[in-house]
Design a binder for this molecule. Structure first.
Ligand code: UT7
Length: 334
């Protein structure tokens, strides 16, 4: 799917994130599996990640992120009429994490549901919220991208264990006076799905079901380096922009080698590329909003700046969004 937005201008007016307190270093992982800080840093760029506590579930880390986003937008929870949580690690299959979160936040009028698109979930979710807002079905949306992948990792499998971390990011979307989303490009290739999957987690019977993430790292790497470039190129072209127009590039934080490859191929200079995979690892659906929050903290997200978001992940899926940053709201949903 690819499209340029039309009609109402919709933008991000609030942004918040949250990560669990526990920091897990590469050296600590090297005590659990046959790996080393040197290997992990050289092959992935990851130095540490955050890991949820035993009794900490997805909605526990979503809640503070959501509250921060609402606060920045100056939005009462009760004014939210759409809540989407992008995740592959909900508290449970049902009720949805979004429904639980809406209850905790006090959003009696919100349609609330979870969205599953792997690490691309956040980009899918903002595209969907944009569509609902632009069509007039909703007036103010809260979109959360979050995962606690540590709960579904095999802690004896070095090929996946070293890559992932836990984290949550949230944004408020609503109509604005200027700027806003320019377009989205989203895609999926289920044929490659078995390169990153959780067999045995649903209704299909497998001979060897598993409670843990399985991944063919090399295949996902090849896929990632291809789609991170093709998706970004496609959305820029669709919106009549060039890579030189991009002020801030926010790629999915899976592996610094994937990010470097994509940035080089696209022609985005290092200083425009947001990287925090060294501190958080791959937080799946949390990755892009966490990186956006970092860019905001750095003062890079000034009104008028053109921001390119590109993600990829399980599905296999990919997606890009192009947004002209603004904080000015029309007060439409106040
Ligand atoms: O959101 C999407 C999520 N997934 C991804 O983004 C994953 C994409 N893939 C990758 O990032 C990379 O493929 C990995 C980081 C997973 C692996 O890096 P690589 O450079 O592709 O390594 P490799 O799989 O080719 O393995 C090289 C060697 C192997 O040993 P031999 O066969 O050369 O003796 C592995 O067994 O490294 C070994 N290895 C490790 N060594 C130490 C694999 N994992 C580890 C480890 N520590 N954790």
């Amino acid at each position: 799917m690819i499209g340029r937005t039309a009609g109402k201008r919709i933008s991000i007016t609030g942004l918040g994130c949250h990560v669990p307190e526990r920091v897990l270093s590469n050296d600590e992982l090297a005590k659990l599996v046959d790996t080393s800080d040197e290997w992990i840093v050289e092959r992935t760029g990851i130095r540490e990640r955050r890991i949820a506590a035993e009794d900490e579930a997805l909605t526990d880390i979503c809640l503070p992120a959501a509250r921060r986003a609402l606060e920045m937008a100056g939005a009462e929870p009760s004014s939210i009429d759409l809540l989407i949580v992008a995740t592959v690690t909900p508290d449970m299959s049902f009720p949805s994490s979004a429904a639980l979160l809406a209850d905790q936040l006090g959003m009696p009028d919100a349609a609330a549901y979870d969205l599953s698109a792997g690490c691309t979930g956040f980009v899918y979710a903002i595209a969907q919220a944009h569509g609902m807002l632009a069509a007039g079905l909703a007036r103010r949306a809260l979109v959360v991208g979050a995962d606690v992948l540590s709960k579904i990792l095999d802690w004896t499998d070095r090929s996946t264990l070293v890559l992932f971390g836990d984290g949550a990011g949230a944004v408020v979307l609503e109509e604005v006076a200027d700027g806003g989303f320019l377009g989205f490009e989203l895609g999926a290739d289920g044929g490659g799905g078995a390169n990153l999957w959780l067999p045995g987690s649903g209704s299909r019977k497998f001979e060897e079901p598993d409670r843990y993430v399985k991944m063919n790292g090399r295949e996902v790497f090849k896929f990632a380096t291809r789609v991170m470039v093709s998706s970004a190129d496609a959305i820029l072209d669709e919106c009549g922009k060039t890579v030189e127009d991009v002020d801030v590039y926010v790629p999915h934080q899976a592996n610094v080698r994937i990010i470097d490859h994509a940035a080089r191929k696209l022609g985005v200079p290092q200083e425009k590329t947001v990287i925090n995979v060294d501190r958080y690892g791959n937080t799946s659906s949390g990755s892009i909003p966490l990186a956006l929050a970092d860019a905001a903290d750095d003062g890079r997200l000034e009104p008028g700046k053109l921001v390119l978001l590109t993600g990829m992940g399980a599905g296999l899926t990919w997606g890009s969004a192009l947004i002209e940053w603004t904080h000015e709201t029309t007060g439409a949903a106040a």
